[in-house]
Design a protein around this ligand. Structure first.
Ligand SMILES: [Zn+2]
Length: 211
């Protein structure tokens, strides 16, 4: 015998359906992991372009029907623009390629968990599938700080696959920041040396005038 369900019961049922769909989707993608890794490798290539410019190495590609239609890498310092994130560049190119702001049958691959701006753009572009290399605990908006991609209160959500080529993507970041620390360490050493030389020169100059 069926009875009228309360609103709370309906909500629980909806949440369970969503969780089940999520699990099924993840299972399906797991079976196609090597195919997905191929695209993530392309995103890694993009990230290396950013690294070559001294930028934080983040890369992104967008795929439609097995074809890469948009590529992008972080150029924030180079372009002096907050908007120059890898995902935004890739979305812009993909939209140009399909002639539409909607990217409803596309998948996005990004080496690092998207920030709030990029996660917002992904939802705005209606991209249904997002593959992430490594997570960004301090700023990520696909589950770390916040989960904007799977927020049920929005009209659109994306499926999210995390940890695709995770080791490679996280090594990319670690390597970059290690180099940066070494570089800034060397620079401050150089500055200290110059400062010491200047001080010595000043003292010697004083001694000369005194004698
Ligand atoms: Zn971003």
């Amino acid at each position: 015998m069926s009875r009228i369900r309360t609103e709370e019961e309906k909500q629980v049922a909806r949440r369970m359906t969503r969780e089940k769909q999520k699990e099924d989707w993840l299972q399906q993608q797991e079976e196609k992991r090597s195919g997905h890794e191929r695209y993530m490798k392309e995103a890694v290539k993009q990230a290396k372009k950013a690294a070559a410019l001294g930028e934080v190495p983040i890369g992104c590609v967008i795929v439609q029907e097995g074809k890469i239609i948009g590529r992008g890498y972080n150029r924030r310092n180079t372009d002096k623009s907050t908007l120059a994130h890898a995902e935004i560049a890739a979305i812009r190119r993909a939209s140009r390629a399909v002639g539409d702001w909607r990217l409803e049958d596309c998948a996005l691959y990004v080496t690092l968990e998207p920030c709030q701006m990029c996660a917002g753009a992904i939802i705005q572009a209606r991209i249904p599938e997002v593959f992430i290399g490594c997570m960004n605990p301090k700023a990520g908006c696909a589950g770390s700080v916040y989960n904007l991609l799977e927020e049920p209160a929005f009209n659109h959500q994306a499926h999210v696959f995390r940890g695709l080529l995770e080791e490679e993507c996280s090594q990319l970041m670690k390597g970059f920041f290690k180099d940066l620390r070494l570089r800034t360490g060397r620079e401050s050493q150089e500055m200290a040396k110059t400062e010491r030389r200047r001080e010595t020169a000043k003292t010697e100059g004083r001694q000369e005038t005194e004698s």
